[in-house]
Design a protein around this ligand. Structure first.
Ligand SMILES: Cc1cc2nc3c(=O)[nH]c(=O)nc-3n(C[C@H](O)[C@H](O)[C@H](O)COP(=O)(O)OP(=O)(O)OC[C@H]3O[C@@H](n4cnc5c(N)ncnc54)[C@H](O)[C@@H]3O)c2cc1C
Length: 413
């Protein structure tokens, strides 16, 4: 383990720090210290600042609006932004910039890159992910949404589900079945569909928090030009899998920062609730501390590999499994500490629900109820369930025999 950054990356770090000093308001504590309306306004303005300073899509070539920098510099940027308590973009940039943009860079035609990439960075286009269906989640090879060639169009019929922020996007990338006679994952294509065309209906789903974070998306005789495909017809599986590889990004560097900040808040919560002398609570807090420290070293280890090869290996699955399962235990502890107070919602509701609350958030019951109790549940499901991560770790890291395939399933990975 040697997460040492090359000198040019350290020079870039100094540049980022100067940029932060110049652009953050004095006394900045993090978006959690703002009201939700203020946080919304700040996050829009902040994204624009990042874009105008070349800090969105910083590894993308300059001709597409990117910053033309290295992957190591991208990690440095994410690290510094996390330490400064500011986001790397809007929530939808995970699917727009990280997933769609990076996938187009790898698989798109020149025409597609020129057309779509600058609009992703400017925020004119917001992309959402249309993979899951009611009968295709972990077994993504079972997607049934159909796209049939008709003249110069694809005609799409079917349904997607769990589309995060589907109501905020204007484009969706779809995994669609284009050859029903081919073996499951050989008959799918990766299609690009606007969300504002006739036949598309986006229906928000209400989740445990009472909010609508994701949607169902229905397609009835939706027509898109045949050119709205990435890769070859029925050759979309490789494109779809490489997109998933971009989902984790720089998490190895930033997760330990976010979870440590959350743990500090949890310790403070124990103090303020008069539970910090309780030996059982102390023992459980110590366990959390140990887990977050291990997360930090695990992050260093993953980063070491990344700094050497420029690629995230299957270790990213260890990281995903680790933080998502840790978080549910920490959530349970927060509820125990709050005791009866956990039954009463008080204070501001979190602006961001996934992973941890925004840095600077007040230590009130709403923060812990929404982020930890309710949303930490989904951490072990989205981006590949815990069971699927264990399959990947078993097969690709430990070299265990592949699990027996019942039917023709293909794990999401
Ligand atoms: C908050 C959230 C946001 C999401 N956002 C999106 C999005 O934007 N776009 C999108 O396309 N999808 C999205 N999803 C869907 C997500 O990718 C799926 O929920 C996930 O892949 C699991 O699929 P499933 O829900 O169909 O469960 P299933 O695949 O039906 O799994 C059910 C259970 O069986 C287990 N299981 C399944 N297969 C195996 C196996 N081979 N070995 C062992 N156990 C197995 C699973 O681990 C799980 O416990 C989101 C989900 C959540 C919770």
């Amino acid at each position: 383990m040697d997460p040492t950054y090359p000198p040019e990356a350290e020079a870039f770090r100094r540049e980022v720090r100067a940029f932060l000093q110049a652009h953050l308001p004095p006394g900045w504590e993090g978006m959690g210290a703002l009201s939700n309306e203020e946080a919304e306004t700040f996050s829009i303005t902040w994204r624009r600042t990042l874009f105008e300073s070349g800090m969105l899509g910083i590894t993308w070539p300059k001709e597409y609006g990117g910053g033309g920098r290295s992957k190591v510099e991208q990690v440095v940027l994410a690290e510094e932004l996390a330490k400064a308590r500011v986001p790397t973009g809007r929530v939808t940039d995970t699917t727009s910039v990280k997933m769609m943009g990076n996938t187009l860079l790898r698989w798109g035609t020149e025409q597609q890159k020129v057309r779509y990439l600058p609009r992703i960075l400017s925020g004119e286009d917001v992309w959402v992910q249309g993979y899951s269906e009611p009968d295709a989640g972990s077994d993504l090879g079972s997607v049934a949404l159909r796209a049939v060639r008709d003249g110069d169009d694809w005609v799409i019929n079917g349904q997607k589900i769990w589309t995060s922020r589907g109501h905020e996007g204007n484009w969706i990338f779809l995994l669609a079945r284009t050859d029903p006679d081919a073996p499951k994952h050989r008959g799918v294509s990766f299609l690009l569909c606007p969300l504002d065309v006739p036949g598309v209906e986006v229906r928000p789903i209400r989740v445990l928090t009472g909010l609508s974070e994701f949607c169902e998306v229905f397609f009835t005789d939706v027509r898109i030009p045949i050119g709205n495909i990435v890769g070859q017809p029925s050759g979309g599986w490789a494109v779809a899998m490489s997109l998933l590889g971009h989902e984790r990004g720089e998490e190895a560097a930033t997760n330990p920062i976010f979870f440590r900040a959350e743990l500090d808040r949890l310790v403070e919560l124990a103090r303020s609730c008069g539970r910090d002398r309780d030996p059982i609570i102390r023992d459980r807090l110590a366990w959390c501390y140990m887990k977050v420290e291990v997360m930090r070293f695990l992050g260093y280890r993953i980063l070491t590999g990344y700094l050497r090869s420029g690629e995230l290996g299957p270790e990213a699955s260890v990281s995903k499994l680790y933080w998502s399962e840790y978080h549910q235990v920490a959530a349970d502890l927060a509820m125990t500490i709050l005791g009866a107070r956990a039954l009463v919602r008080e204070g501001r509701r979190p602006f961001r629900h996934f992973r941890t609350d925004e840095p600077g958030a007040p230590n009130n019951s709403n923060s812990w109820i929404d982020v930890c109790l309710l949303n930490a549940r989904s951490g072990t499901v989205y981006a590949g369930t815990s069971q699927i991560q264990r399959n990947i770790i078993g097969e690709t890291i430990l070299g265990l025999p592949k699990e027996p395939v019942v039917g023709i399933g293909t794990d999401r990975r």
